[in-house]
Ligand binder design. Structure first.
Ligand SMILES: [Zn+2]
Length: 273
């Protein structure tokens, strides 16, 4: 299976899905990561340039994908923070990647989370979903077909962090939890920002070796707490949770679930005509 994980920023999936991604690569699936933005706002250090931050984050994602066992990341590198200004270009590039890689499954951020405040997360998740539905139509970016690509539709879209509704895909990551930790730790620029939280007395721009080790172990504990909390509900030690929807004809497999959902939310005074 070809699995395309679409991030808004270079570390988005490492917190939420990298145990699952590593498991998939171990099972022989092809796992690709696309970062829509360059992550160039991701620093609190005054004096760094956007270009420097972007370069560091590109390298961090490359290393993380090595740990996960996936392909070298594909970067679109739109400017961090203003992805919504590039919606049309993002659609076209994503459609190209979905068709070129013949993606069977898309994994992305849930753009409908009620309190999702990051505009890049909303844009990435929304456009990824839209593209997954439209790439089967030859008249969607028809020039891509003239260039030799074929229409193609991914079967499913999986959303990370499905906190607004019950997940319907639980992945046992007991065997890949360590890879999850290591892949997240590849993102040193982001882990350093957690120093404020875990090591309030430390200067995050000049962490000592000991402080750095404390930070790593705090990150591991948080990941274990989250994965353990999800796993506990399903008699697993460590797990990641997703909400998956089917696209195309498979969408109708979910008709019963959709009807139940709709009925649950129906007002009591429904008028039947
Ligand atoms: Zn992000």
């Amino acid at each position: 299976m070809n699995i395309l994980v679409i991030y808004a920023h270079p570390d988005d999936a490492e917190f939420l899905a990298s145990g699952t991604m590593a498991k998939w690569t171990q099972e022989g699936h092809e796992v690709y990561a696309i970062s829509a933005t360059d992550g160039s706002m991701g620093t609190r250090v005054i004096g760094r340039t956007r270009a420097q931050v972007a370069e560091q984050r590109k390298n961090e994602l490359t290393r993380a994908m090595e740990v996960i066992g996936g392909h070298e990341p594909i970067g679109f590198w739109f400017p961090d923070g203003s992805l919504s200004d590039h919606r049309e270009e993002l659609k076209e590039k994503l459609a190209y990647s979905v068709r070129k890689l013949r993606a069977d499954r898309i994994v992305t951020l849930d753009p409908w989370l009620r309190y999702e405040i990051h505009p890049d997360h909303i844009t990435a998740g929304r456009i990824a979903s839209e593209v997954a539905v439209f790439t089967c139509f030859p008249l969607y970016f028809p020039k891509q077909l003239e260039a030799g690509l074929q229409p193609h539709q991914p079967q499913e879209v999986w959303y990370m962090v499905p906190t607004d509704r019950a997940p319907n895909r639980i992945v046992d990551i007991g065997g890949t939890f360590e890879k999850k930790v290591q892949s997240l730790l590849c993102h040193q620029s982001q882990v350093e920002m957690l120093a404020d939280w875990f090591l309030p007395d430390a200067d995050p721009t000049r962490l000592t070796v000991e402080e750095r080790e404390q930070l790593m172990s705090a990150v591991r504990d948080v990941l274990r707490m989250i994965a353990g909390g999800i796993g506990q509900r399903y008699s697993l030690q460590l797990a990641e949770a997703f909400y998956a929807i089917k696209t195309g004809p498979g969408h109708f497999d979910m008709a019963e679930e959709m009807a139940n959902q709709m009925l649950k939310e129906m007002p009591r005074d429904v008028e039947i005509l």
